[in-house]
Design a binder for this molecule. Structure first.
Ligand SMILES: [Zn+2]
Length: 443
């Protein structure tokens, strides 16, 4: 039996969907159910304007009995196990639905107008297609409700009910191509809302020691990325490729005592939101794309420190690309681009102004730029000749002698930019963006 939930949290009133799931899992285990596999934290299309904060939905599978258990977390000293196989599934989804609904209603921040929770309990797994659409494009509520009806699922959406989309799409996810994990620790109840006590130096040590983790610490911008900024119950979250390493990593981080922890399986850091577009004219708002092109309009900085340039594809269509101010030192790379450079850009598409918001860039070819430094000298008069016109030859204004354009002195401009992959810093990284650290490991 599958349970999915989304959008129970609030920017100002705290709460966190992963925490609600953690409480529901702990409750269901106490009631005699077992967790199958890891709970799953699934991020969806980061570009839709009405997205939920962080756009992360949670789902998990439960059963009556399972085989082959492994540790997935702790809650106040009590171990939480996941099971690899189902021995006996549960058939009482009505009962489970009403129990889970009660916890969700107690925990969700329904008073925040931007909090629109959704809960799905389904005997059947929801088809993968829904996830694919929800991570790359736009899914409408009525598509989801009719799909849930077809699956015989029980569900409830609160207020504008948008949380139902994420709840269902999270169940639909399967780690078909790639996956990562996140170990999340939760604060003791009495600590929630107060300043988090985490020793930054221990986070740096963890980051340097446990190589399968990523996005822990931004050394240039001095940003401890594992620590959230909102008043939510999360103490910290460590992302990585190996679950045992994540537990080791947790043991290195020095912090206040916490209520417990749990490991989520996730599509974070997989680039699954991106789709390759051969033509710029096929790029649509709210998508995330990979597009190859030649730098057409050279980078310039606008108010606020955002850097803009444009690329052109083989069909002569162009599109603006932006490295916004929060991408910090990434902008220094972007500023070095010149007309003729061949690049592949990775990023989310904004509707107004129509722009690709860069997450990564692959510089494929750095153009050779030759600049004229001196006009030719007239052999007869010994004076510099004048240019006849752009990209044309020269003429001496005294005697009228002519010279070809090649007679001038040229120099090749030092580009100080190498082909390769560049990404925004850890402090500006999106949940779904695959860090170069993971990309390089595959190569
Ligand atoms: Zn002359």
């Amino acid at each position: 039996m599958w349970i999915g939930l989304d959008d129970t949290d609030s920017t100002f009133a705290g709460g966190c969907t992963t925490y609600v799931a953690y409480l529901i899992i702990s409750y269901l285990i106490k009631e005699g159910y077992v967790l199958i596999g890891y709970p799953r934290l699934v991020r969806l299309n980061p570009n839709i304007p009405w997205k939920t904060r962080g756009n992360g939905a949670v789902s998990f599978q439960i059963a009556r009995r399972g085989r082959e258990k492994f540790l997935v977390g702790m809650n106040y000293g009590k171990k939480i196990y996941g099971y690899r196989n189902i021995e006996e599934d549960c058939d009482n989804h009505g009962e489970i639905f009403s129990q889970v609904k009660k916890i969700l209603e107690e925990e969700a921040r329904l008073n925040d107008k931007n909090t629109n929770p959704g809960l799905v309990v389904s005997k059947k797994k929801i088809g993968y297609e829904l996830y694919k659409k929800a991570v790359k494009g736009i899914v409408f509520l009525d598509e989801v409700t009719s799909l849930l009806d077809k699956n015989g699922a029980l569900y409830i959406g609160y207020k504008n009910k948008r949380g139902l989309i994420g709840a269902a799409a999270s169940i639909a996810w399967n780690p078909v191509f790639d996956k990562t994990y996140e170990l999340i620790t939760y604060r003791k109840k009495e600590k929630i809302g107060s300043k988090r006590e985490i020793d930054d130096d221990s986070v740096k040590i963890m980051d340097e020691t446990i190589k399968t983790t990523f996005d822990n610490y931004d050394y240039i911008n001095k940003h401890n990325r594992i620590k959230p900024n909102s008043p939510c119950p999360v103490l910290y979250g460590i992302r990585g490729d190996d679950t045992e390493d994540l537990v080791k990593a947790m043991n290195i981080v020095k912090s206040e005592e916490f209520q417990g922890w749990i490991i989520f399986e996730s599509n974070q850091a997989t680039d699954e939101h991106l789709q390759k577009k051969e033509k710029i004219k096929d790029v649509k708002p709210f998508e995330s794309v990979i597009v190859k092109g030649t730098v057409y309009k050279e980078p310039f900085t606008i108010t606020g420190g955002h850097v803009i340039f444009s690329i052109q594809d083989a069909y002569n269509d162009t599109i603006d690309c932006a490295a916004y101010e929060p991408t910090k030192e990434f902008r220094n790379i972007i500023k070095k681009l010149r007309k003729g450079d061949i690049v592949e850009v990775y990023g989310g598409v904004r509707e107004e102004p129509f722009t690709i918001n860069l997450e990564k860039i692959k510089i494929l070819n750095v153009a050779k730029i030759v600049e004229k430094i001196e006009n030719p000298v007239c052999e007869k008069c010994g004076k510099h000749m004048k240019s006849v016109g752009k990209k044309q030859g020269f003429r001496c204004i005294r005697c009228g002698a002519k010279a070809k354009r090649e007679k001038a002195k040229f120099t090749t401009i030092e580009r100080n930019l190498s082909p390769g992959f560049y990404e925004v810093p850890v402090c500006a990284r999106r949940h779904l963006s695959k860090p170069l650290k993971r990309i390089m490991k595959e190569a």
